[in-house]
Every structure is written in C-alpha cells, then in structure tokens.
Design a protein around this ligand. Structure first.
Ligand code: GDP
Ligand code: IMO
Ligand code: MG
Length: 424
C-alpha cells in the first residue's frame, strides 16, 4: 500500500491536526515525520478542544496506531505533559497506541537554553522561534552529537548526556545575551520525564512501517509546520530546522519516494504567520484585524497573535509544486464570511518585473503584491454540511483557486469541529 502524506502549504497552523483527525478513520497508522513541540495541532470534537505537540493527531481513534518517526525531535518534559493531558480521556490507552522511533532525537534542557540565548543575542533579527530547542537539537543531529531515543536503552547514555550538556553550557556562555537558569531543577524534571518516556515502546519504525506496507496497512504521514518554514525551501533564515515538505516524510520515516500515494496539501483560505520574517500579503488594517479576531488567530503552542493577510497564490503555487500535491484542502472558509470583497495575490512585481514564481528573496523592498479582487459572501458557513449548500461567491473563489493551482480542492473546512468538514 502507498503511504499518503498530509502537509501544510503555508507558514504552519493551516489546520493539519483537525484534518488528520478527520481522516484517521480511513487509516491503520498515523505517523509524524518531522518537527517537535514547536508544533501545536488542534482538534475539536464533542465540545472538547485539544492541542497536540508531539503525539500524532490520530490518537483519539481506536483503529489507528500512532508512530513518532525518526525525523521528529522529542522533548521528554513536554511529551510527559502531553500524555498527562490525555489522562482525562477515559479509556484512552495511549501506552499501547504510541510507538516511538529509536532514531528520533531528544531535546535536552540545554537545547532549550541555547535556543533562548541564540534568539536573545540576535535582537531585532531574531527568528521568532517557539524557544522549544528545535534549532539546537537539529544542529546536534546534523553535527553528529545528538542523543537518540534508542540511546536510552544503553548503559552509558548518561555519560553522553553529561558531556553534551557541558558542551552546551560553555556554548551558552559564548552568547552576549545572558540568560538565567537553574540547571538542577531542569535536570530533575528531565530525568523524571525520561522515566515516563521509557514506559512507551521504542521501535525501529522504518522496519515497522515497511512491514505494515507489505501487509497492506494504510498509512498517513502527518507533517508539522508548513512549506514556507522548510529549512531549504522556506523563507530562510526565518524558517524551522527540518524539511517540512514531502521529501521530509521520506527521510523522517524511512519511506521510499515510490511508495508515496496521495499528497494532501492543506491551506487556509487566507494566510497567517507567527514569528518573524517576510509576509508579502500581510495586512495591517481592519481586514487583517477581522481575520485574526474571527479566526481566533493565536499560536496553539506559544499563544502569540498570528499575523494575518490575504491568500498568496505565488507562494501556494510554489508549495504545490515542491510537494507534488495531488489534492487540496481549504480551511477556515467560514472566517472570510462577511467581507464585501476578497483579494487574492496572483503575482508579484519583483524588482519591477511581474513574476508568478516564488523568488529567492521576498523581502518587502523587492516585492510588490498584485491582487485580483473577488466578490465575497455573507452567509454563515459553520452549519453547512454539503457542498451544494456553499454560496455562489465561495464556489467562484474555489473554482478560481483550483484553476490557478491546477489541483482539485477536495475538502472545504467551515469550522474547527471534526463535523464542520465538507467533502467535494
Ligand atoms: P495546525 O498546526 O496545522 O494543526 O493548526 P493549529 O491547530 O495550530 O491552528 C488551526 C486553528 O484553526 C485551530 O484553532 C483549529 O481549531 C482552527 N480551525 C481548523 N479548521 C478551522 C475552520 O475551518 N474554521 C475555523 N474557524 N477554525 C478552524
Ligand atoms: P504547526 O505544526 C506555525 C515558526 C516559529 C518561528 C519559526 C522557527 O503547529 O503548524 P522554531 O521553534 O521551529 O525554531 O521556530 O517557525 N513555527 C511555527 N509556526 N506553526 C508551527 O507548527 C510552527 N513551528 C514553528 O513561530 O517563526
Ligand atoms: Mg499549529
């Protein structure tokens, strides 16, 4: 069986958690392939809202096994908190429903401190990191210094921990910005959390997934962040430290490219971004304020307000190409109800020339946005359940996007709840 992928096409927070939850009934396995607790994936059902950071969004269904792949970085402290949050769901036996790759890397307390020191020393040029230690952990992975989940099964892992920690502490001292910390407290919390982590099953997840494919099991790979935060293809350096695009699912799970099936690309009907970095269609007016308020645009991990703007087709076309998206899903259509006119960016004026591809640099001094105006709709979409109920102007919006992106939009989401999902 082929492995299907679900990926965010913008700057994250497109609604991946909601859609993975909706799709899980059709899959035997849900597998996260990159990122770490910088992610915040929100699910809503039966009046409950739940945010996941490391745990795959299939966890609330009985039929699916949830894999945390080798490409993910795990903070045991945050992971333990996530498990504790699941305790309130009676009958949810997460220990038997989560499997963790031995090759996934661990976020140490000093990785978080290094993230904080690095950001503080950058001043205005800071990335706007979630400060979860993501960058420093992936640096240690590629620098071949990291500690992996599988190392916890080895007798000498604490020695390796100590030498890496000591190195980190001398690195923290290098930064101009001084940060306060209590290492003893951080370590006590970390080692307690490691005990909890060790209650879960560690596996060679690439082998598990290989056998699962051979025996005909259905697998959905869940991405974190979004294509414009990809370490190679995103708006560098204002990106995260992993490959968030389709190729990341191959390296983050050990899945061969010829085993990929559908690539579900998910986007908001407008655009948001949290953290620093260029954002050509960003709005600083009442329209942007309305999107943020109606869309409740606050980061699920950090609570920071998300920057809002119109849909950017130059960026979206690029993301569709880089990922090989086969089906699109448009989220938060309901948030645009009530606008008289909508704007969609169709091209950029880049250094004075009109271009339709995503250029090397999208800093404001080089990019002017070209908009097409479209008619808005007034109807409240949140109670709609069938494609036939969607207003004419929304259908025109969807038709236009499908044509521009040369890809069908198969799901239109009209609210945060599982049930507010329209299939086309
Ligand atoms: P993720 O990181 O991609 O999983 O997305 P987040 O959970 O960070 O952010 C998406 C937010 O939008 C969450 O608060 C969701 O509950 C909410 N959401 C998802 N789909 C819809 C939708 O169609 N309409 C509205 N109004 N909210 C939605
Ligand atoms: P989900 O999976 C939105 C952003 C941060 C910052 C940059 C680098 O919920 O869509 P990092 O902590 O990775 O060093 O931060 O990336 N960022 C996200 N923005 N959604 C996310 O995840 C994000 N994960 C990281 O705000 O700009
Ligand atoms: Mg999120």
């Amino acid at each position: 069986m082929a492995v299907d992928l679900l990926l965010g096409l913008q700057w994250g927070d497109e609604g991946k958690g909601k859609i993975v939850d909706v799709l899980t009934k059709d899959y035997d396995i849900i597998a996260r392939f990159q990122g770490g607790p910088n992610a915040g994936h929100t699910l809503e059902f039966d009046g409950i809202k739940h945010v996941l950071h490391t745990i795959p969004s299939g966890i609330f269904h009985d039929n699916a096994m949830n894999i945390i792949g080798n490409g993910v970085v795990i903070d045991p402290v945050i992971f333990r908190r996530e498990l504790q949050n699941l305790d309130k769901f009676e009958g949810l036996d997460y220990v038997s429903k989560i499997l963790i790759s031995r090759k996934a890397h661990l976020i140490l307390p000093t990785h978080r401190l290094l993230d904080a020191a690095s950001e503080a020393s950058k001043g205005k040029a800071k990335i706007g990191s979630t400060l979860k230690g993501i960058g420093p952990t992936y640096m240690d992975k590629t620098g071949r210094n990291g500690i992996r989940v599988g190392d916890l099964e080895l007798a000498d892992w604490k020695d390796r921990y100590t030498s890496l920690r000591d190195k980190h502490i001398s690195m923290i001292d290098f930064y101009d910005a001084k940060i306060e910390y209590n290492l003893q407290e951080l370590e006590a919390e970390f080692f307690d959390a490691i005990k909890v982590l060790k209650k879960l099953k560690f596996i060679d997840s690439e082998e598990y997934l290989h056998q699962a494919q051979k025996s005909g099991k259905t697998i959905l790979a869940e991405g974190a962040q979004g294509s414009l935060l990809d370490i190679d293809f995103g708006t560098y350096p204002y990106v995260t430290s992993s490959n968030t695009t389709a190729a990341g699912a191959c390296t983050g799970l050990g899945i061969a490219p010829n085993k990929i099936g559908e690539v579900f690309g998910i986007f908001k009907a407008y655009t948001t971004r949290v953290g620093s970095g260029p954002f050509p269609t960003e709005l600083f007016d009442a329209d942007g304020e309305t999107m943020g308020r109606v869309g409740n645009e606050f980061g699920a991990t950090t609570g920071r307000p998300r920057r809002c703007g119109w849909l950017d087709l130059v960026a979206l076309r690029y993301a569709v190409q880089v990922n090989g998206v086969t089906q699109l899903m448009m989220m938060k259509g309901d948030v645009l109800s009530g606008f008289d006119t909508l704007k969609v960016c169709t091209s950029y004026k880049y250094k004075g020339k009109t271009i339709e591809h995503f250029p090397y640099n999208i800093e404001p001094e080089n990019v002017e946005v070209v908009y097409k105006e479209m008619k808005g709709w007034k109807e409240d979409l949140t109670g709609m359940t069938e494609a036939s109920q969607l207003p004419k102007a929304l259908n025109e919006y969807i038709d236009f996007l499908e044509k521009e992106l040369e890809t069908p939009i198969k799901i239109v989401s009209v609210g945060p709840d599982r049930t507010q999902t329209i299939l086309r």
